[in-house]
Design a binder for this molecule. Structure first.
Ligand code: PLP
Length: 369
């Protein structure tokens, strides 16, 4: 099997599986219990929080809180709705982008219905995208929300620069970053940062939200008051243990991904009718390209016959046209034949070569010239 759909989800690593099994066997106490079993579980949670804070800060933990959620969908919902609730007195304008994942963009649809002014900027319209986002911020802006890395193309945003410029334009504006595809791959800065476990070789069903010191937010899930009242529900200690282990064991490297991307592009350059949609502004682990004349689904299933797994655009959109590629200036025709290849530390040269060999075969098989 050649698995090249790591932006959709990753294989849980051995370290994660071991940590989950160990916690399930030995640390199954409720972290809210006052006895020793509870305290042992609580220790897993505090250790995992420290590990995630360190990973966010690239070694030096930023000041703030980490709460565990069921995944980045919940983290994004909590961050955006919570900030809108707590900071609505600061203004009615929200600045975001036209390339957000639905777990953020659909929350902005709801806020727009509630009367907030939601501005969504598209990269195709701005050579300096970060500068354009910051230029849109004014005194009436309560929040800026921007993903660190786009899940369909790998397009990356300098979040430190964005943060600095936004705060210069309006120090009160809260900056939310959906860092699902950027976590562990690039430096991150934000007041609220969403992360997902299953994109970094942990299990599905666990994510986190970083809340910078001094930033207020409201809970999405209320109940027993766990996690300082910010997210009720008994913490999934096993999943949290696995998340921490996966973060510590993460082996992806930008240099390695760049080598593999170069190999893929080199192979593709020898084929006719290929249009590469991921440019130099993109992280090298996500490569989006169009095989003109062959619909994405046809290519995806033909590759699947050879046990090669890629994606057509975003896995979350389940074959529906996402509109995100259009915001990058990619035509409908090219978007219809877009293939997304996403790498992980286990991806090898022979995986890339086998993929390319089969793309070439499928071009001969399906393309009418
Ligand atoms: N944000 C981005 C950029 C994503 O790529 C995804 C999942 O693909 C999510 C949010 C949602 O994450 P989760 O599956 O943890 O809810």
């Amino acid at each position: 099997m050649v698995y090249l759909d790591n932006a959709a989800t990753t294989k849980p690593c051995a370290e994660c599986c071991k940590a989950v099994a160990k916690a399930a066997a030995e640390r199954f106490g409720n972290p809210g219990s006052l006895h020793k079993m509870g305290i042992l579980s609580e220790q897993i949670i505090s250790s995992a929080k420290r590990t995630i804070l360190n990973a966010l800060g690239g070694g030096g933990a930023p000041e703030g809180e980490v709460i565990f959620t069921s995944g980045a969908t919940e983290s994004n919902n909590t961050a955006i709705l919570g900030a809108a609730e707590k900071y609505s007195r600061n203004g009615r304008k929200i600045v975001t982008t036209a390339i957000e994942h639905p777990s953020a963009s659909k929350v902005f649809d709801i806020l727009a219905e509630r009367g907030f002014e939601v501005i969504r900027l598209a990269p195709k319209e701005h050579e300096d995208f970060v500068g354009a986002i910051a230029d849109t911020v004014d005194d009436n802006t309560l929040m800026v929300s921007c993903m660190a890395v786009n899940n369909e193309t790998g397009y990356a945003v300098d979040t430190a620069r964005l943060y600095g410029l936004v705060k210069r334009a309006n120090p009160k504006a809260v900056v939310h970053i959906d860092a699902v595809q950027g976590f562990l791959k690039m430096p991150l800065e934000g007041d609220l940062i969403s992360v997902s476990g299953h994109k970094v070789h942990a299990f599905k069903g666990i994510g986190s939200l970083y809340i910078k010191k001094g930033i207020r937010t409201a809970p999405l899930v209320v109940g027993g008051g766990q996690q300082k009242n910010l997210r009720s529900g008994t913490e999934p200690v096993e999943l949290i243990a696995g998340f921490e282990a996966a973060v510590k064991a993460y082996r992806g490297s930008a240099e390695r991904f760049a080598e593999l991307k170069a190999r893929l592009l080199d192979n593709l350059s020898g084929m006719s009718g290929i249009c590469v949609n991921s440019d130099e502004k993109c992280l090298p682990n996500i490569i989006n390209f169009s095989v003109l004349g062959i619909r994405s689904e046809i290519m995806l299933h033909a590759l699947e016959e050879k046990e090669i797994y890629v994606s057509s655009g975003s896995a979350c959109s389940r074959g529906k046209k996402s509109g995100v590629l259009a915001a990058f200036g990619i035509s409908d025709r090219d978007a219809d034949s877009a293939v997304r290849v996403s790498l992980c530390a286990d991806t090898s040269e022979s995986d890339i070569d086998f993929l390319c060999e089969n793309i070439e075969n499928n071009i001969k098989r399906f393309r009418r010239s």
